[in-house]
Design a protein around this ligand. Sequence first.
Ligand SMILES: Nc1nc2c(ncn2[C@@H]2O[C@H](COP(=O)(O)OP(=O)(O)OP(=O)(O)O)[C@@H](O)[C@H]2O)c(=O)[nH]1
Ligand SMILES: [Mg+2]
Length: 422
Amino acid sequence: MGDNSRGRSSFQRGIGVPVILVERRLAPEKSLLYELKELAQTAGYNVVGVVTQVRAPDSRYNIGSGKVKEISELIKDTGATKVIFFNELKPHQVYNLVKELKVDVIDRFDLILEVFTKRAGSKEAKMQIELAKLRRELSFARERLRLAKLGELHGFMGGGEYAIDTYYKHVRKRIAKIEDELAKLRARKAERWRRRSMERGLYYVAITGYTGAGKTTLFTKLTNYPGYVDGRPFATLMTKMKRTIIEGRPIVVSDTVGFIDSLPSQLLDAFYTTLGEVVLADVILLVFDVSEDWREIKRKLSASILTLQSLGVNKLKILPVANKIDLVKEEEIGEKLQLLRNLELKPIPVSAKTGEGLDELKNELLKTLPGYVTATIELPSTESVRKLIRNAYVKNICESNGRLIVEVEGREEWIRALSNHG
Ligand SMILES: Nc1nc2c(ncn2[C@@H]2O[C@H](COP(=O)(O)OP(=O)(O)OP(=O)(O)O)[C@@H](O)[C@H]2O)c(=O)[nH]1
Ligand SMILES: [Mg+2]
């Protein structure tokens, strides 16, 4: 399907609500329509038409009024009952578009929320989605209030200034309540993990990357813990953590929600707080799909790195992982990795699916772990000490005169704490 194709002929009949996608591109060569289409299909829509335009935004409709007529014709032709815009729409633009097109109009932000809603299982995920929706509501209510004050509200979603003001306050209260509940929930979770890992001297490795890069597949290979994979965007929404043993070392590995390009800030705030714990990780694996073309690799990697940086991650902790090498010829992998090295990224090539390259990845991972030391310490042979070292990587242990001589490897601060038991 070409990006400029439109009309019924170029689309297959399918199931789901028929929709038309609209993209106003900032630059002619930059289109993310295929990504929008994938999101629409994941949300259960059937894409029956596509309209694109390259020009500066028109404040009334976001696109030009000529294009609005074109979409209107296409709606008649295809029977579409919804129009999805790639670009973020302002409340008055939604209002103007609905008035002209007489069908439902949403934007990419609403669409991502729909996908998230469909896939949310846990209470935390549901709360986050409600939070993102309410924040969106708030900005709409703010605009309605502004228009009402200007007396320009002619029937715009009904309600006078007073009613909108009351509604606005109600939304704000609800937001504050959910934010509070979420913060408590997360603080409890973070504390639990912090205690567990510190007490046991565990390392923490987070798997991150663009949606669909293969994070969950890699997580399953490393931990033997099954995760949900379906090849559609945002199969994973909530962080999952699992303790595993890598080359004898106990390590906590986490699988996380995927990144996506130009995520609306309201969603980033509401959702990526689940990624907050990533900052605590000792190493952050940044998985990308090396089978994609170079431009896609670069786009997705830079979107991922930007998101990681906005979360406060130290760049030095990032270990890039070039996944899906089973789909690419060796010389092509070599070329792409060289291009990445030119950008000062040194990825480890793997296939999470076949397991190829995983040993190299594990070795590199262990080398990257900070403050990893070997020490021989003498400890009293008590039950509590035995318990303490159960989770450690013990290279050698012998007992003499009721004392334990242990050769251990692990976090420096943990080994220091262990020595204090002597
Ligand atoms: N050929 C091949 N396919 C892979 C590999 N790793 C993952 N996949 C496929 O890529 C798709 C996405 O994999 P996931 O593991 O769900 O990716 P993810 O990064 O967790 O995706 P989200 O949770 O949606 O962000 C699935 O269809 C996987 O089967 C690989 O090494 N080789
Ligand atoms: Mg996943």
